[in-house]
Write a protein that binds this ligand. Sequence first.
Ligand SMILES: [Fe+2]
Length: 310
Amino acid sequence: MAISGLLRCGEVAIRVFDLDEARHHYGKCIGLIESYEGDDDKIYYKCPDEHDQYSIVLRKDDKPGIDYFAFKTLKDEDLEVYEKGLGEFGIECNWIEAGVYPKSGRRLAFTLPTGHEMHIYAHKEQVGNGMATLNPGTIPDEGYIRGMRTVRVDHLLVGGPNIDQNREIFEKVFDYKVSEQLISHEDGSRLAIFMSGSNKPHDIAFILQPEEGRFHHVSFLLDSVNDLYHAADLIGKYNIPVDVPPNRHGVTRGATIYFFDPSGNRNEVFTGGYVHYPDTPTLTWDTTELGRATFSHDNLPRESFLNVLT
Ligand SMILES: [Fe+2]
């Protein structure tokens, strides 16, 4: 498979109560790089190994959660194809001109059946990852010393009703695959759906929730379990509220820590997991194995993890 359509989640716009507190959390503690200064009172960050101008946008608001998330696609002409495909599901799209979002090409914007605003764009200015493209070496001059040593935004999990309709759209319009799913052992209904458009075990996941537009977490990739332990040390040092200490998911087999930003938005640091191919069979967990599916070290289903969203 060549990854040739919807590449990855390239942007998450998170609402926070206080920009200074958020800057301490996302900048100093996690170690994201403030990579664009606009005149819009937002904070723009990128992870150290990302090339595009920014991937996390923070906006002050009195309600946490996300304004939207945006996926990058390979070619600008993909956008018309997606508009047509989404139209077949009755989803109306809006076009956003290039430059409305800083350093970004034009965007297709629409609302998913779960109530989330999603954008798709093909272009965002690239500022690089601190290494040359000719003879780049292996690490930037100063090394990866910032905060939790994040590599890039890996995936996000969002909650709402109609997750099966989201699944159908991602399958039919974006050619994504269901890598794993959690079903009710009582009636077989899908409670969580994990979808991959790449070799990652998931690029996005949907969890069934009664209320539209909920945000469960954004996940930052780390290089190794050593880095995960280093992140745990920083979480302790900076008194960051922990949701789930170091553990390993059954779903995706990734090693993980969940914690909260000062506004109650959940973050994850994540490493490992298997390589997913388009012909990898869908793995199904039922709710008799909810503990192992979520946290395999202690097989403990955690109420807060399943039901606290912003
Ligand atoms: Fe995750």
